[in-house]
Design a protein around this ligand. Structure first.
Ligand SMILES: [Zn+2]
Length: 211
């Protein structure tokens, strides 16, 4: 529903989801079924879009999405994650960026920007599913990276800049977040929602300019 709404409204946010560890035949890592793949294939099946792009910034690799889509050239998977983190055995995304433990804001943002810049020459996307994830946060119990809240804000901005630059509607899902302080998780997710609103709706990025 979020992706379908995004096609009309430029952006839409699912305040849950991002269940990227689910495979086609089994659940994994808190993920029962793979909502990103189902959404992508649903808009294709309905003839609404042909080339969805999944930008997965949850700290854990989107291994379920990557494995389901490994031989599907019509949906592109991009994952930036902690290399030493779960899952132990990584699947193969179209682009994988595996970061070392304790990666900071500057290193993360440079890697993300470089990764995003490399997509366009390989894949002509017509919509984006952004698996946001609050778990690259320095206070996360399972994350192992060291991003601050302002670093995560800059991350969201890079992704939304990418979407706006190429006129791509964007559906956001929340994915993981395991900070000791629950309000930190809420802050990070809310920051993503607020930034999406500012980028797509307050700047009059209407659907008329979108593909
Ligand atoms: Zn995660």
């Amino acid at each position: 529903m979020a992706l379908q709404d995004a096609l009309d409204d430029a952006v839409a946010v699912n305040l849950a989801g991002g269940t990227h560890h689910a495979h086609s035949d089994r659940p994994q890592g808190f993920c029962l079924f793979n909502d990103s793949v189902i959404a992508a294939r649903t808009v294709q099946h309905r003839g609404l879009r042909n080339y969805p792009l999944i930008i997965d910034c949850d700290v854990h690799q989107g291994n379920g999405s990557a494995s389901i889509l490994q031989f599907d050239a019509t949906i592109f998977t991009f994952s930036i994650h902690g290399q030493s983190n779960f899952p132990l055995h990584k699947a193969v995304s179209d682009i994988d960026i595996g970061l070392p433990d304790n990666t900071s804001d500057g290193q993360y943002l440079a890697a993300l920007e470089e990764g995003l810049n490399s997509i366009k020459s390989r894949f002509d996307a017509d919509c984006v599913i952004y698996v946001a994830g609050a778990d690259p946060y320095e206070g996360d119990r399972l994350g192992k990276l060291a991003l601050t809240k302002s670093g995560l804000l800059a991350r969201d901005r890079l992704v939304f800049d990418f979407c706006r630059k190429y006129g791509l509607p964007c559906a956001v899902s929340m994915a993981g977040g395991y900070a000791n302080v629950v309000s930190d998780i809420v802050d990070i997710h809310f920051q993503t929602v607020k930034t999406a609103h500012e980028y797509f709706l307050l700047n009059n990025c209407s659907n008329t300019v979108l593909k």
